[in-house]
Design a protein. Structure first.
Length: 136
Protein backbone atom coordinates (compact mmCIF):
# COMPACT_ATOMS: atom_id res chain seq x y z
CA UNK A 1 0.00 0.00 0.00
CA UNK A 2 2.87 2.35 0.86
CA UNK A 3 4.40 1.61 -2.54
CA UNK A 4 1.10 2.43 -4.30
CA UNK A 5 0.72 5.72 -2.42
CA UNK A 6 4.29 6.69 -3.29
CA UNK A 7 3.73 5.83 -6.94
CA UNK A 8 0.52 7.89 -7.11
CA UNK A 9 2.26 10.85 -5.44
CA UNK A 10 5.15 10.61 -7.90
CA UNK A 11 2.79 10.51 -10.88
CA UNK A 12 0.86 13.53 -9.59
CA UNK A 13 4.06 15.51 -9.14
CA UNK A 14 5.35 14.55 -12.59
CA UNK A 15 2.09 15.44 -14.31
CA UNK A 16 1.76 18.78 -12.51
CA UNK A 17 4.76 20.38 -14.19
CA UNK A 18 3.97 22.19 -17.44
CA UNK A 19 5.22 20.66 -20.66
CA UNK A 20 7.97 22.44 -22.51
CA UNK A 21 7.22 24.38 -25.64
CA UNK A 22 8.47 23.17 -29.01
CA UNK A 23 12.22 23.07 -28.55
CA UNK A 24 12.44 25.52 -31.46
CA UNK A 25 10.30 28.12 -29.68
CA UNK A 26 12.09 27.55 -26.40
CA UNK A 27 15.52 28.04 -27.94
CA UNK A 28 14.40 31.08 -29.93
CA UNK A 29 13.04 32.80 -26.83
CA UNK A 30 16.04 31.81 -24.74
CA UNK A 31 18.44 33.11 -27.36
CA UNK A 32 16.61 36.38 -27.97
CA UNK A 33 15.56 37.25 -24.41
CA UNK A 34 17.72 35.16 -22.08
CA UNK A 35 14.84 33.21 -20.57
CA UNK A 36 15.68 30.24 -18.40
CA UNK A 37 12.47 28.35 -19.20
CA UNK A 38 9.61 28.64 -21.66
CA UNK A 39 6.47 26.53 -21.25
CA UNK A 40 3.73 25.44 -23.66
CA UNK A 41 1.54 27.73 -21.59
CA UNK A 42 3.52 30.75 -22.73
CA UNK A 43 1.40 30.56 -25.89
CA UNK A 44 -1.40 28.14 -25.03
CA UNK A 45 -4.27 28.46 -22.58
CA UNK A 46 -3.82 26.59 -19.34
CA UNK A 47 -6.51 25.11 -17.17
CA UNK A 48 -10.05 23.99 -17.82
CA UNK A 49 -13.03 25.46 -19.62
CA UNK A 50 -16.40 26.15 -17.98
CA UNK A 51 -17.38 22.48 -18.50
CA UNK A 52 -14.29 21.25 -16.65
CA UNK A 53 -12.50 19.99 -19.76
CA UNK A 54 -8.78 20.65 -20.09
CA UNK A 55 -8.02 23.20 -22.80
CA UNK A 56 -6.83 21.80 -26.11
CA UNK A 57 -3.33 22.69 -27.31
CA UNK A 58 -5.09 24.32 -30.24
CA UNK A 59 -6.38 27.06 -27.93
CA UNK A 60 -3.89 29.87 -27.58
CA UNK A 61 -3.68 32.83 -25.26
CA UNK A 62 -3.30 36.39 -26.60
CA UNK A 63 0.44 36.08 -27.04
CA UNK A 64 0.11 32.70 -28.75
CA UNK A 65 -2.48 34.09 -31.16
CA UNK A 66 -0.19 37.01 -32.00
CA UNK A 67 2.79 34.75 -32.75
CA UNK A 68 0.62 32.23 -34.64
CA UNK A 69 -0.66 35.00 -36.91
CA UNK A 70 2.92 35.70 -38.00
CA UNK A 71 3.66 32.01 -38.56
CA UNK A 72 0.43 31.26 -40.42
CA UNK A 73 0.92 28.84 -43.30
CA UNK A 74 4.46 27.87 -42.28
CA UNK A 75 3.34 24.55 -40.73
CA UNK A 76 5.80 24.85 -37.85
CA UNK A 77 4.41 21.94 -35.80
CA UNK A 78 4.45 19.60 -38.78
CA UNK A 79 7.98 20.63 -39.73
CA UNK A 80 9.25 20.25 -36.14
CA UNK A 81 7.79 16.74 -35.98
CA UNK A 82 9.38 15.86 -39.33
CA UNK A 83 12.75 17.21 -38.22
CA UNK A 84 12.59 15.24 -34.94
CA UNK A 85 12.19 11.96 -36.83
CA UNK A 86 14.78 12.73 -39.52
CA UNK A 87 17.72 10.33 -39.16
CA UNK A 88 20.03 12.59 -41.19
CA UNK A 89 21.66 14.79 -38.54
CA UNK A 90 22.70 17.49 -41.02
CA UNK A 91 19.18 17.73 -42.47
CA UNK A 92 17.68 17.84 -38.96
CA UNK A 93 20.03 20.65 -37.95
CA UNK A 94 19.29 22.59 -41.14
CA UNK A 95 15.53 22.23 -40.61
CA UNK A 96 15.81 23.42 -36.99
CA UNK A 97 17.92 26.42 -38.03
CA UNK A 98 15.40 27.39 -40.72
CA UNK A 99 12.44 27.10 -38.34
CA UNK A 100 14.33 28.95 -35.61
CA UNK A 101 15.03 31.84 -38.00
CA UNK A 102 11.33 32.01 -38.90
CA UNK A 103 10.32 32.07 -35.22
CA UNK A 104 12.84 34.83 -34.45
CA UNK A 105 11.53 36.82 -37.42
CA UNK A 106 7.96 36.41 -36.13
CA UNK A 107 9.07 37.64 -32.69
CA UNK A 108 10.64 40.73 -34.27
CA UNK A 109 7.50 41.43 -36.30
CA UNK A 110 5.28 41.49 -33.23
CA UNK A 111 7.59 43.55 -31.01
CA UNK A 112 5.89 46.84 -31.92
CA UNK A 113 2.35 45.46 -31.70
CA UNK A 114 0.41 46.27 -28.56
CA UNK A 115 -1.07 43.68 -26.25
CA UNK A 116 -4.53 44.08 -24.70
CA UNK A 117 -3.01 45.95 -21.76
CA UNK A 118 -1.49 48.57 -24.11
CA UNK A 119 2.13 47.53 -23.60
CA UNK A 120 4.05 46.45 -26.70
CA UNK A 121 4.92 42.78 -27.02
CA UNK A 122 8.57 43.78 -27.34
CA UNK A 123 8.49 45.46 -23.92
CA UNK A 124 6.60 42.53 -22.41
CA UNK A 125 9.10 40.06 -23.87
CA UNK A 126 12.12 42.00 -22.61
CA UNK A 127 10.61 42.26 -19.11
CA UNK A 128 9.63 38.58 -18.99
CA UNK A 129 5.94 39.48 -18.76
CA UNK A 130 4.85 36.49 -20.81
CA UNK A 131 2.95 33.68 -19.11
CA UNK A 132 5.07 30.79 -17.88
CA UNK A 133 8.53 32.08 -18.76
CA UNK A 134 11.28 32.39 -16.20
CA UNK A 135 14.12 34.85 -16.48
CA UNK A 136 17.68 33.74 -15.73
Amino acid sequence: MKYLASLVALLLIASASPAQAHIIFKKAFQKEYGYKTVSCYSCHKQGKDKDGKTYSKKLRNEFGDTIAEQLKGKEITKRVKEAKTNKDAAAKTAAYKEINAEVLEAIKKISDKKSADGETWGDRLKAGKIDKVKMK
